[in-house]
Write a protein that binds this ligand. Structure first.
Ligand code: CP
Ligand code: NVA
Length: 306
């Protein structure tokens, strides 16, 4: 199978990622300028969501429509996946009808099986391991506001989860230093740290991680699928709340990001999203523009009619 997939930031070269960020900014300008740009006319994206979503579904669906194509939403509850049809068979069939497939799933291996059996690009819309589309939006947002992130200090506060793992990949691909502050027992998996051992530092004190940082990011303490652990996690993560006072320890021009949805009063103080250093709404909007760049990159131009 020769299609290009996007399961991880590591599926692209640093140059390709830089081009995607630049292209996301261009596509944003085109849209904001009212220019119609429809290179994916007649192209169809399939979307499978095994977990809930607001931003990912909206941005892929709206993005395909804006590029001249369509997106089809499949809930596993209503498809034959729920009745035991193998992922591999589903991938073969879907890839014969569609031009790309986006999947939000639990096990990262589901994405791999899909990719191994697909003729068309497979896009990771979040797995338990990684959320690479979110990082495209985060990197675009930083670039728009502050220029290159190369050599900057990024602080990740909280859980060593799928977002944290993807920040490690980003540290490697975009060449920044990443300080991760998480409670013991919630470190990112060693296989991710091994991607960028020279760029990643794990600390326990959020203040140490944030000192002088140019970007501070966090995420929910209980990710989708971990609901039974919520009570324990609330107690363990309490010292890891990001507040305005914590951001005061960072660089003067620090940006605060959160992939959203946020739980005000848990991982962030009640008013943090209103802090002038927070860019979460631009970050959310950039899911649309960054993923349009990704779709344009992955899906071949529309058929040419004689
Ligand atoms: N950040 C993000 O992926 O949001 P959704 O869960 O709403 O898609
Ligand atoms: N870590 C969160 C991210 C949601 C966008 C989760 O996996 O639920």
């Amino acid at each position: 199978m020769s299609a290009r997939h996007f399961l991880s930031l590591m599926d692209c070269t640093p140059q390709e990622l830089a081009n995607l960020i630049r292209r996301g900014i261009e596509l944003k300008d085109l849209r904001n300028g009212g220019t119609l740009f429809e290179p994916l006319k007649n192209r169809v994206l399939g979307m499978i969501f095994e977990k809930a979503s607001t931003r990912t579904r909206l941005s892929f669906e709206a993005g395909m429509i804006q590029l001249g194509g369509q997106a089809i939403f499949l809930s596993p509850r209503d498809s034959q996946l729920n009745r035991g049809e193998p992922v591999s068979d589903t991938a073969i069939v879907m890839s014969r009808m569609l031009d790309a497939v986006m999947i939000r799933t639990f096990s990262h291996s589901t994405l791999r099986i899909f990719a191994e059996n697909s003729r068309v690009p497979i896009i990771n819309g979040l797995s338990d391991d990684l959320h690479p589309c979110q990082l495209l939006a985060d990197m675009q947002t930083f670039h728009e506001q502050r220029g290159s992130i190369q050599g900057k200090i990024v602080a990740w506060i909280g859980d060593g989860n799928n977002m944290c793992n993807t920040y490690i990949e980003a540290a490697h691909q975009f060449d920044f230093q990443l300080r991760i502050a998480c409670p013991e027992g919630f470190d990112p998996q060693p296989k991710f740290i091994a991607i960028a051992p020279d760029r990643v530092q794990i600390v326990r004190d959020p203040r140490e991680a944030v000192a002088g940082a140019h970007l501070v990011s966090t995420d929910v303490w209980t990710s989708m699928g971990q609901e039974t652990e919520e009570e324990d996690r609330l107690a363990r993560f309490k010292p890891y709340q990001v507040t305005g006072e914590l951001l005061d320890l960072a660089a003067d021009d620090v940006l605060f990001m959160h992939c959203l949805p946020a739980h005000r009063g848990e991982e962030i103080s009640l008013d943090l999203l209103d802090d002038p250093r927070s860019v979460v709404w631009d970050q959310a909007e950039n899911r649309l523009h960054a993923q349009k760049a990704l779709l344009e990159f992955l899906i071949e131009p529309a058929y040419h009619h004689a």
